[in-house]
Write a new protein. Structure first.
Length: 303
């Protein structure tokens, strides 16, 4: 982290939109020499002793898409920082091959530049590996970890290996006109007619269009190479896990294996991989509960 003292922060004002949008903390960019612009949001709780949470989103998403349903619940209890990963949302664009370790280092640079540490790292799906890599590579920055709908490894079975090999077709799909037209329709069908998030569908589909197709494909390939089984049990941090019990993307048995390795306190959400949208109230409540649980454990460990 040699360049963090030279980093510059700029406030970001979102472009006007006709869409109804949820409450979002102020967005900013960190101009990081040798890297690019890191987009983040930062909510500061009025209580200076409230814990600070770092929110790390999943594959093909962004911090807002992943966590907006929990923003207000978290804001009432703690400070939090979000970051959009490389090639995702408003995240930096890089010519280098996508690696999960770089995402962890980006997050570390952000925390050090803002002089905020240690944090509770909350990682959903791909964000889980990033949270664990952050704790492994920069242990002084992480006091506890919350993993959600994620795994120790992503490619142990033959079916998974075949699935990841075909991930490259996602790139052309994301660029296709058909995908752009399908987004709003697909999200509406996923949520159901009377779902409270229907009002946000135009905003959601617009945010999903921000991803860089090449980076998304490379992110999938990076996930297929990830395997934390040799070292995850050595992190030694207070940990908690949110398991999505009907998840078709990250099987619940894989989520439970990770929770057991981390000796994590477990909470379950009866839903699929997009439970943050499908069950927003439950997701928000469980996220806050797990954050408060590990915050207490890490405070006791310090005594």
């Amino acid at each position: 982290m040699q360049n963090h003292l030279a980093a510059t922060v700029r406030t970001v004002t979102d472009a006007p939109t006709d869409s109804v949008i949820p409450w979002l903390p102020e967005g900013r960019t960190l101009l990081a020499p040798g890297r690019g612009e890191l987009f983040y949001r930062h909510h500061r709780h009025t209580d200076p002793d409230a814990p600070t949470v770092l929110l790390l989103h999943g594959w093909t998403g962004s911090a807002d898409l992943q966590f907006f349903t929990a923003y207000e619940a978290l804001a009432a209890r703690c400070s939090f920082i979000t970051i959009d990963h490389r090639g995702h949302g408003r995240g930096l664009r890089s010519e280098h091959r996508f690696e999960l370790e770089d995402l962890a280092d980006d997050a570390a640079l952000l925390l050090e530049s803002l002089a905020i540490a240690p944090v509770i790292a909350v990682g959903y799906s791909m964000g889980g590996p990033v949270a664990m890599l952050l704790a492994r590579r920069h242990p002084h920055l992480v006091r506890a970890i919350v993993v959600q709908a994620t795994a120790l490894e992503w490619c142990s079975s033959a079916i998974e290996r075949v699935r990841w090999k075909t991930a490259r077709i996602i790139g052309p799909l994301l660029r296709s006109f058909a995908y752009q037209r399908w987004l709003s329709h697909g999200i509406r069908r996923l949520l159901g007619e009377s779902h409270p998030l229907q009002v946000y569908v135009p905003w959601l589909s617009g945010e999903m269009r921000r991803n860089d197709p090449v980076s998304v494909v490379q992110a999938g390939q990076a996930l297929s190479r990830y395997d934390a089984r040799p070292w995850a049990g050595q992190l030694g941090l207070p940990a908690a896990s949110l398991i999505t019990t009907r998840d078709h993307l990250v099987k619940p048995r894989k989520q439970r294996a990770l929770a057991a390795t981390l000796h994590a306190e477990v909470r379950e959400l009866v839903g699929d991989h997009l439970s943050a949208w499908e069950h927003p109230n439950e997701f928000a409540a469980l996220t806050v509960e797990l954050v408060e649980l590990v915050a207490l454990k890490s405070s006791i460990a310090r005594i």
